[in-house]
Design a protein around this ligand. Structure first.
Ligand SMILES: [Fe+2]
Length: 420
């Protein structure tokens, strides 16, 4: 095989490898420059430049050059007709030949083309679209370009054009993906704000529970996270916590705010809120079915004496068990129509008595671990401290929490996604 031809083939395969690298958006300018150098080296051309075509604005911009100081960054405006004709051009444009169909283009850019020492210009075309132009000076030998040269140039320029095309596609895909991610983030924020607004609206009905839904959601999310729940499961538990009492919007305000013990009939009315909440939320399609069911079960008890279904143990969704504890803890630690808030010691003591009856042991253990971390200062998160304050017997509470952890931790299987 002829040595020159072998050299060209070698360079050409190197260029193909380079084009493959353009799938990485980082060093694209470098790859363009290397492509140009390979082309010039293959045919012993001393000077040349590559210009990329952009539709908006409709122009060429020089992105790589060799032997031409100050060329990179130069721009050349094109008109629509020129773009269309270049995209159909199958052979190089001769800058010198006046009747090559591009006389106005050459005349208009005469100064720049002279500075580029351009002798011929090769449109780079991929899938019928103009990707850019390659400007080439005379060869070192000053011999005219042969038919064989132009075939090689055109093959290499196609290769670079495809690299440009792929790169443009990649950039546009990345931009779309970024835009989608941004829109998704915005949607999630709107969704969360809406859920919070609903939670606040429920709280408004109860004179004593300002901020209750917000706090219950914060506790429930922290507890779920502590139990190893992540991603969408975590988000669903948060939403169920915000909306756990949504059914109360149909309960008479006088019953909700009644300071005296409720009659059986009033209890009956109030207790309907779990089922009503489910009926409201279950009309919303997935993933709300799961959230709706979690709210329905937030008054179930692990010993089976809760309502509305009297479920036991693991028949109750983990999200509901978490909301039950978060809800009760907040209720115990805040003033109610019928009593003042309990002390932290009293609250923990009540929780302990009700563990395995009203509350799930694993959830109580997670709660104790979290509270201990906050009190002991081993976490910077402040989930419970804002409500409980700092006026409590630190030694006694720490001892109590440690003892509850010993009693309850490990007595129940840890969270598995399927058990949610
Ligand atoms: Fe409730």
């Amino acid at each position: 095989m002829d040595l020159t031809l072998r050299k060209i083939l070698h360079n050409f395969s190197a260029l193909t490898d380079l084009a493959a690298e353009t799938s990485s958006t980082h060093n694209f300018e470098e790859v363009t420059r290397a492509s140009l150098y390979t082309l010039l080296g293959a045919l012993a051309i001393p000077r040349g430049a590559i210009a990329r075509y952009t539709v908006r604005p409709r122009q060429l911009k020089i992105t790589a050059a060799k032997g031409l100081a100050g060329a990179v960054g130069q721009r050349i405006a094109l008109d629509r007709d020129e773009v269309e004709r270049m995209a159909k051009r199958s052979h190089p444009i001769s800058i010198q030949a006046e009747n090559d169909g591009f006389a106005p283009f050459v005349e208009r850019n005469g100064d720049l083309l002279a500075r580029l020492r351009a002798h011929i210009s090769v449109p780079m075309i991929a899938r019928g679209e103009l990707m850019g132009l390659i400007f080439l000076s005379e060869k070192v030998t000053r011999d005219p370009y042969t038919e064989e040269d132009t075939q090689i140039i055109s093959a290499i320029s196609k290769n670079i054009a495809i690299a440009f095309y792929n790169h443009r596609l990649l950039v546009s895909l990345k931009r779309k993906a970024d835009e989608n991610r941004r829109l998704y983030g915005e949607m999630r924020k709107i969704y969360r704000d809406t859920v919070r607004a609903f939670g606040a609206a429920i709280d408004l009905k109860d004179a004593y529970t300002s901020g209750h839904s917000d706090r219950v959601a914060r506790y429930a999310e922290a507890l779920a996270r502590e139990m190893g729940v992540t991603g969408q499961d975590l988000e669903h538990i948060g939403v169920a916590a915000y909306l756990h009492d949504i059914g109360k919007i149909t309960v008479d305000r006088a019953i909700i705010n009644n300071p005296r013990p409720l009659t059986d009939k009033e209890f009956g009315e109030l207790n309907k809120h779990a089922t009503t909440g489910f009926e409201i939320l279950s009309h919303i399609p997935q993933p709300w079915g799961e959230i709706a069911y979690m709210t329905k079960c937030h008054h179930e008890r692990v010993d089976g004496t809760g309502y509305p279904q009297g479920l036991r143990g693991d028949e109750i969704p983990l999200g509901s068990k978490i909301v039950t504890l978060a809800d009760s803890f907040d209720a115990m630690m805040t003033d109610r129509p019928y009593r003042s808030r309990l002390s932290l010691e009293q609250t923990l003591s009540d929780l302990r008595v009700q563990t395995g009856k009203q509350f799930d042991t694993a959830v109580v253990a997670a709660f104790c671990r979290l509270l201990l971390k906050e009190i002991g200062g081993t976490t910077r998160d402040r989930v419970f401290i804002p409500l409980i304050g700092l006026k409590f017997d630190r030694v006694a509470i720490t001892a109590m929490l440690n003892s509850m952890i010993t009693e309850f931790d490990g007595s129940s299987p840890r969270y598995h996604s399927a058990a949610l």
